[in-house]
Design a protein around this ligand. Structure first.
Ligand code: ADP
Length: 280
């Protein structure tokens, strides 16, 4: 059979499709499977254009909110060289296994987490692995960790568009990605890049989350646009994507994330984003 050039006739079920030489199949060919004891219903990637915009924070916050809403969640910390999930959830133990699978840490509200910190002897050790090694560790996190009865796996994706995020896009069957931006970024460009990358891998962009949107004055309650006017609404309209949340700058956020108490933090602005994920 020749290449399937008609996206209308593609049902993305590559395993049962008879079109052999198909672009979609080529992307799917890199897909890996979790181990047979694992079960993961939905996998959401959380991406950003650069570091420091709050991608990891949004990832843990979404997991914490979905858990509060009764779902069993997992966080795969794909930000290998800047891992922060173990710290945000207050995990200090090291990863251990039984020879067949690696066990994730389980947080106090029941979120399963795996992060590079859990493999390092000391938390302050830098990760100085080369790209292919990083990509392999990430694949192992997905394949060799025991992910039991997970409703939502949130993947804290490595920032940017280098070979490491590319490998994750290709190998893990993401149900969609959420793009996190902040007002000080060239939002339109960041979003366009992420959309293009996702499109090349046949992955759906679910929506945008703007972090550090504004600060609320503790005295008068006025919203202060610390990083200037937001362009998120115009960008969302341009690319026909929903804005899932706009999260303010709040010192409580940094305090909770830095002291391992992220699950105790209620951020009401993330609730519509978590609700949105329940319907994908
Ligand atoms: P990224 O994953 O994009 O590199 P992080 O999630 O690690 O960014 O966030 C960077 C720092 O900013 C962290 O210390 C985090 O606690 C803090 N931070 C993130 N979002 C907020 C916010 N809305 N208000 C205050 N601090 C924040």
């Amino acid at each position: 059979m020749s290449e399937n050039k008609n996206p209308e006739t593609c049902n993305k079920a590559c395993d049962s499709c008879s079109v052999e030489n198909c672009g979609a199949r080529k992307a799917g060919g890199f897909r890996i499977e979790p181990n047979s004891a694992s079960s993961i219903k939905k996998i959401i990637g959380v991406v950003s254009g650069k570091g420091g915009v709050g991608k990891s924070f949004v990832t843990s916050l979404l997991a914490a909110q979905l858990t509060r809403d009764g779902y069993k969640c997992a966080v795969l910390d794909g930000d290998i060289t800047g891992p922060s999930q173990a710290k945000a959830f207050g995990i200090t133990e090291k990863a251990c296994g039984n020879g067949e699978v690696l066990f994730p840490a389980v947080t106090k509200t029941g979120i399963s987490v795996i992060s590079t910190n859990m493999l390092l002897e000391r938390e302050d050790q830098p990760v100085i692995w080369r790209g292919p090694m990083v990509a392999n560790i990430l694949k192992q996190f997905y394949q060799e960790v025991l992910w039991e009865d997970i409703d939502y796996m949130l993947v804290d994706m490595p920032p940017g568009t280098s070979d490491v995020p590319l490998t994750l896009f290709q190998s893990i069957p993401l149900d969609g990605i959420v793009i996190v931006t902040s007002p000080q970024e060239l939002v339109s460009m960041v979003v366009e890049k992420a959309i293009n990358m996702a499109a090349m891998m046949n992955i759906k962009v679910l929506g945008l989350i703007e972090n550090m949107s504004y600060a609320v004055c503790p005295y008068c309650g006025e919203k202060l646009l610390v990083f200037g006017q937001s362009h998120i609404a115009a960008t969302a309209e341009k690319f026909d994507l929903p804005v899932l949340a706009r999260i303010p700058i709040d010192p409580a956020i940094a305090e909770h994330a830095d002291s391992g108490m992220i699950e105790d933090l209620i951020v009401k602005e993330i609730e519509p984003a978590a609700d949105f994920l329940k319907n994908i």
